[in-house]
Design a protein around this ligand. Structure first.
Ligand code: SAH
Length: 245
């Protein structure tokens, strides 16, 4: 983004915030300010960077991202950055959510596993694409909040469990797609095992705070094909004792 435009954007956010106040989370408001911010996000961050998948673009244009971030940050929800959601965790940058959804390429009626519910936003985007989403979060307070947010917005296709997603969700396996939004140092075997034939697994892999790669895995004739996408930075995947995988 050019610097002048970036400044203008920040100033307009500030002005909008001063004049409208901070909207309430429990109100049903998705007013003009947020709709315009979301459309700009789709044009300048998603489409401008080459995401063409129609269902992804449509989901990003419709899911109210501001409802998934803490109230004081709502007016910042559509900026080109990840944001803090509490408990040292983040909601991913909009482009990363779009790119990972495009790589996953799921459609109506397909079953998806998400590891790392966080705010619930990524799960809502996949549900908007028509997928049935089974999402696991290891921090109980985040999982419970995401459940409430998703229910409040009417996303009935998303099921949230509290637990360690390294192990997957065997009761609902196999999955047509698996998306992981926290980074382990290696690709968990249970997730590879729970992938359906023809399914896709999108996962950041690498050490905490260091270089990680986004990896796309496909299961073809029972065998795993692996492709690196680009470098990324995600929060680490941890076990229930808080130790990084
Ligand atoms: N997809 C989220 C972003 C989540 S950030 C969103 O759209 O907002 C990554 C999340 O992974 C954090 O909430 C973190 O607590 C969670 N996490 C880390 N290790 C995990 C594990 N082993 N199982 C499930 N969730 C885990």
């Amino acid at each position: 983004m050019n610097r002048g435009k970036g400044c203008l954007w920040m100033v307009s956010l500030l002005v909008a915030w001063l004049f409208t106040g901070v909207p309430t989370v429990d109100g049903q408001d998705d007013d003009l300010f947020f709709q315009q911010a979301r459309q700009k996000m789709v044009d300048r961050q998603i489409r401008a960077r080459g995401v063409r998948h129609q269902a992804v673009v449509e989901a990003m244009a419709n899911v109210p991202r501001h409802r998934f971030v803490p109230q004081p940050l709502q007016t910042m929800a559509y900026v080109d950055h990840p944001l803090l959601i509490g408990h040292e965790q983040t909601i991913s940058q909009p482009y990363i959510v779009a790119k990972m959804s495009e790589l996953l390429d799921v459609g109506p009626g397909q079953k998806v596993l998400e590891v790392g519910t966080g705010s619930g936003y990524q799960a809502a985007v996949l549900a908007h694409m028509g997928a049935d989403v089974y999402s696991i979060e290891i921090i109980p307070a985040l999982g419970q909040r995401a459940r409430k947010t998703l229910a409040g917005l009417g996303y009935r296709r998303v099921h949230v469990a509290i637990g360690d997603g390294y192990l997957g969700w065997p009761d609902h396996a196999p999955f047509d797609g698996i998306i992981v939004t926290c980074a382990p140092s290696h690709i968990p075997q249970p997730l590879q095992d729970q992938l359906a034939e023809g399914g896709r697994l999108v996962i950041p892999v690498g050490p905490a705070g260091k270089r990680q790669e986004l990896v796309l895995l496909r299961k073809v004739d029972g065998k795993i094909q692996k492709e690196k996408v680009f470098p990324v930075r995600f929060v680490p995947m941890k076990n229930e004792k808080g130790v990084n995988y």
